[in-house]
Design a protein around this ligand. Structure first.
Ligand SMILES: Nc1ncnc2c1ncn2[C@@H]1O[C@H](COP(=O)(O)OP(=O)(O)OP(=O)(O)O)[C@@H](O)[C@H]1O
Length: 628
């Protein structure tokens, strides 16, 4: 029987390591959020603003000199030639300076925009690597991909081109009317009439576009999420020959997106020309009203020409406003969307880590599970009911149960993929709900029946979490996980690439590769959740032998449907409908648990039926095998 020891919660203190993953103040507005990133590049933006001001100053100075040149030309006097040349040189110089400052200011705005994009992508990804299972259940992978790619690109535009245009428009709209006012206040007021009218017309359209863009962004995220789902199930789609259905499903979302984009484009096509016409209406007004002033000698011809240039300078910012409006809206909506990731809660204890010495000592008295129950959110029935047992260092515990009996739920509570109530699971004297997941996982490692492999080589998939030091030769691990023969036949041996998610390997090969990974990087408690489900009986026997021989110093919690897997463990728990219905050694359970006995007899009979006794291969030891 397992010894029952209920640890008293220790008044332990954790050392705050200062590793704050998400330091986003949740109550800040989207603007405050945006400014926090922008201000990291204040010197670049600051210099850019000064250069933009200079650009606009040069721009509004030129028409005045053009006007003065026209007035000189009108008089047709040879003695004005020198003055005219000076004016031409001045205009050319101003134009050149304007070109230089404009180019530099663009670089000074666009580069920080790209840096903001990089910072946000890194932070979003780091945050995603720390968020818990419930977050990923609420946000499908495709939506997250869409946020990290499309939406952050939208924020880059906001931090780059939109910021530049906001300052550009502000300077243009303040300097141009000022210069016009200096020439003729009355004519300036006439020019303002089409400007105000245009603004009122476009204002309504802009409100409508804003709503549509939000819907469009959600539709884009939904389409991305749907594509990821369909691509993940591509083999099922092909084998069931439902490509037509998949194509229609995708096309439906895509058509919806097209309709929304066309609606937006329609409004944009209506609004942009209205803004474009402002310039022409102003010019007609200047010629009509300015003409009257010229005749009445209120204005010179050169001043009217200067006014015509100013009309273009004044209309341009309105045109730019319409152009950047969608980028602006898109940027704001993208910030909202990205904050779904960045503002998501990481439990506070995940920010706090044990001092190294204490972390290395973790699991010195093992794990204690006390009256653990668990109900999935939204479910009425608990998946686990009052489970208690201990795992001591070096002990091997087996869990047997029918499909759906709660084995994986129990595993996910121990490794805290699921959120449990405090006071139910302890490692030594630490309540695991108070430990950071990083500390917990330094002692507890889980290998699941659906192993995840990276699109890298066989050897890198084994080594990837082991750090720099080689714990044992890769060849040994390949032998122990029964992969050596197959890997030797691969085109590049252990350097063969396994493809995305290990697509080039069979289910059994994937499981054995993830077992090799576990053997290569030992931990204090190794949880093997149905990891041998895709291998045959002979391989299973061999692998179990290797696991028990080579992981002796570790505790092992091994979960299986098959009783044969558990014959060699120290202690077995039999689960049924979320509860432990029997526990003991293999022999004890054969005597006193009808469920265990029946399962064992049934599986033993099935196995005998499958195996030809004389054909049972005896596996050579590593030393006997010549090729290895
Ligand atoms: N995310 C979930 N939300 C709601 N119910 C769940 C969830 N995951 C599992 N369940 C339910 O909890 C119960 C236990 O499931 P669990 O996966 O732990 O069983 P299991 O013994 O590991 O089964 P298997 O051997 O098939 O892996 C089942 O009734 C299952 O439907």
């Amino acid at each position: 029987m397992l010894d029952v020891h209920i640890p008293q919660p220790k008044p332990w203190t954790v050392e705050y390591s200062g590793t704050v993953l998400s330091d986003h103040p949740k109550r800040e507005s989207n603007w405050q959020f945006f400014l926090r990133y922008v201000l990291r590049h204040k010197w670049s933006y600051g210099t850019g603003v000064i250069l933009l001001l200079a650009t606009n100053w040069f721009a509004v100075s030129i028409p005045r000199y053009i006007g003065a040149s026209i007035d000189l030309l009108k008089e047709q006097l040879p003695q004005h030639q020198g003055e005219l040349n000076t004016l031409i040189l001045l205009i050319a110089g101003l134009a050149l300076m304007m070109m230089a400052t404009r180019t530099l200011s663009r670089m000074l705005f666009f580069n920080p925009g790209r840096a903001v994009e990089r910072d946000l992508k890194n932070e979003a990804f780091t945050q995603l690597t720390h968020l818990q299972r419930d977050f990923f259940e609420r946000h499908p992978t495709g939506t997250l991909i869409s946020i990290v790619n499309n939406d952050i690109n939208g924020i880059r535009a906001l931090a780059g081109v939109v910021m530049l245009q906001v300052f550009n428009i502000t300077f243009a709209l303040s300097l141009t009317p000022y210069k016009m006012w200096q020439l003729s206040p009355q004519l300036t007021l006439y020019c303002m009439v089409p400007v105000v009218a245009t603004f009122l017309v476009s204002h309504r359209a802009i409100g409508r576009m804003r709503q549509m863009m939000k819907v469009r962004m959600e539709e884009l995220q939904a389409l991305s999420s749907h594509s990821v789902e369909l691509l993940s199930g591509i083999e099922v789609i092909k084998s069931n020959r439902i490509q037509g259905w998949a194509r229609d499903e995708f096309a439906q979302g895509n058509d919806k997106l097209l309709r929304r984009s066309l609606q937006l484009a329609r409004i944009r096509t209506l609004v942009l020309p209205i803004l474009g016409y402002t310039d022409r209406i102003m010019k007609v007004l200047i010629l009509a009203v300015g003409g009257v002033y010229v005749i009445q000698s209120g204005l010179s011809l050169g001043e009217v020409v200067a006014f015509l240039s100013y009309a273009t300078l004044l209309a341009m910012p309105f045109f730019s406003m319409a152009m950047i409006f969608s980028s602006f809206q898109n940027g704001i909506l993208s910030i909202e969307s990205l904050r779904k990731i960045l503002d998501s809660d990481i439990p506070p204890q995940d920010h706090q880590h044990l001092p190294d010495a204490e972390r290395q000592q973790l699991f010195s008295s093992g794990v204690s599970i006390r009256n653990l129950s668990y109900t999935y959110p939204g479910q009425a029935e608990p998946a686990l009911k009052g489970i208690s047992f201990d795992i001591r260092p070096g002990q091997t515990i087996g869990i047997l149960g029918q499909v759906g009996s709660g084995k994986s739920t129990l595993v996910n509570c121990i490794n805290r993929h699921l959120e449990i109530e405090p006071g139910r699971i302890f490692i030594d004297d630490y309540d695991i709900t108070q430990l950071s997941r990083r500390d917990l996982r330094s002692a507890v490692r889980t290998i699941t029946q659906e192993p995840f492999l990276f699109s890298d080589s066989v050897v890198n998939n084994i080594r990837f979490s082991a750090g720099d030091e080689e714990s044992q030769p890769i060849d040994d691990v390949l032998y122990q996980s029964d992969l050596q023969d197959e890997v030797d036949k691969f085109p590049a041996g252990e350097d063969t690439l396994v493809g995305e998610k290990g697509i080039l390997l069979s289910g059994g090969q994937k499981q054995r590769l993830s077992l090799a990974r576990a053997m290569y990087t030992p931990s204090k408690l190794m949880i093997l959740d149905n990891v041998l489900s895709a291998v045959d009986n002979d391989t299973e026997r061999f692998l179990l032998g290797q696991i028990f021989d080579h992981m002796q110093s570790q505790s092992i919690l091994i979960v299986s449907h098959r009783a044969s897997v558990l014959e060699r463990v120290d202690y077995i728990l039999v689960m049924d409908q979320g509860a432990v219905v029997a526990q003991g050694t293999h022999r004890e359970l054969l005597e006193r648990s009808p469920l265990y006995r029946q399962t064992w007899q049934l599986q033993a009979a099935e196995q005998q039926g499958q195996e030809e006794p004389e054909a049972q291969p005896t596996r050579p030891s590593k030393d006997e095998e010549p090729n290895l």
